[in-house]
Ligand binder design. Structure first.
Ligand SMILES: Nc1ncnc2c1ncn2[C@@H]1O[C@H](COP(=O)(O)OP(=O)(O)OP(=O)(O)O)[C@@H](O)[C@H]1O
Length: 259
């Protein structure tokens, strides 16, 4: 054993495959995401980025390969021809450790902003109301929305709703945050505030996997970038290398088209 302890990867995928009917969406994904790392997934529409994210959070089951989420937990493991799946209880437990932010904020419309944040920690984690309330108010301050605690989602802008959605995910105290195109439903002038919240979160050391078309964000904030195309990772490496000096022709074409 080496003198320096090395933390286990937060997420590890090995040969992950997923099809919808005859459409093979993930064609053998191999990827490791380290503790505290920010990884951005970029690539054309339909290349499988969201599906991969959804597999990590057990919103989709993989067909084959292996997927570990967390330090020790096996997500899915193919043993011979038999696919081992987590029990519903294990999935629930793992989901509480993984926060997910979607393109469309998915806030509960009938609850205030503060109630949106408090709902899952109280109902799912059974944490004391007073403690959750304190944490929720702190998170709202962190995303610049302390004064909106008593408002209903429909009275907020899209950017504010997305910042609430991020705070809501964080209120569960996750150790991994997944973002699925968090800014693509926003008007351009609202994107900056959401990206600033994500940038601050990255600086706290949170492990983050972000599907995004915001190439500037990926270049400036990600530790590594993975370029997906046709259900495969074509290129993965340090953000500055993949975005500024892509090695693969396909990556170069994609970046030229989106810039
Ligand atoms: N539940 C589903 N049933 C059938 N096909 C699906 C399903 N979800 C995704 N797909 C298909 O899988 C392919 C990959 O979709 P996915 O959303 O993972 O791509 P993506 O790279 O995230 O694209 P985008 O940037 O447009 O979100 C697409 O062809 C999509 O139509």
């Amino acid at each position: 054993m080496s003198a320096t302890a090395v933390a286990a990867p937060k997420v590890r995928a090995a040969g992950v495959r997923k099809s919808y009917g005859n459409l093979e969406v993930l064609k053998g994904i191999d990827l490791t995401v380290d503790q505290g790392e920010v990884l951005c997934l970029i690539g054309p529409s339909g290349s499988g980025k969201s599906t991969f994210l959804r597999c990590i959070n057990h919103l989709e089951a993989i067909d084959s390969g292996r997927l570990w989420v967390g330090d020790t937990t096996v997500g899915y493991e193919q043993r011979g021809n038999k696919l081992y799946e987590l029990s519903d209880k294990e999935i629930c437990r793992q989901r509480t450790e993984v926060g997910m932010v979607f393109q469309h904020f998915n806030l509960f419309p009938h609850m205030t902003v503060l109630e949106n944040l408090m709902e899952a920690p109280i109902r799912v984690l059974k944490q004391p109301r007073r403690q959750v309330r304190e944490r929720a108010l702190g998170l709202l301050a962190q995303v610049g929305l302390a004064e909106k605690a008593g408002s209903y989602p429909k009275s907020l802008s899209g950017g504010q709703q997305q910042r609430v959605a991020i705070a809501r995910a964080l209120c569960m105290q996750p150790s991994l945050m997944l973002f699925d195109e968090p800014t693509s439903a926003l008007d351009p002038e609202l994107v900056g505030d959401v990206l600033a919240v994500m940038r601050n979160l990255a600086e706290t050391g949170m492990t983050m996997i972000v599907v995004t078309h915001e190439i500037g964000f990926a270049r400036d904030v990600a530790d590594r970038v993975a370029f997906f195309d046709g259900g495969q990772i074509v290129e993965v490496g340090p953000a500055a290398d993949v975005i500024t000096h892509p090695q693969q022709q396909r990556t170069r074409e994609f970046l030229a088209a989106v810039r």
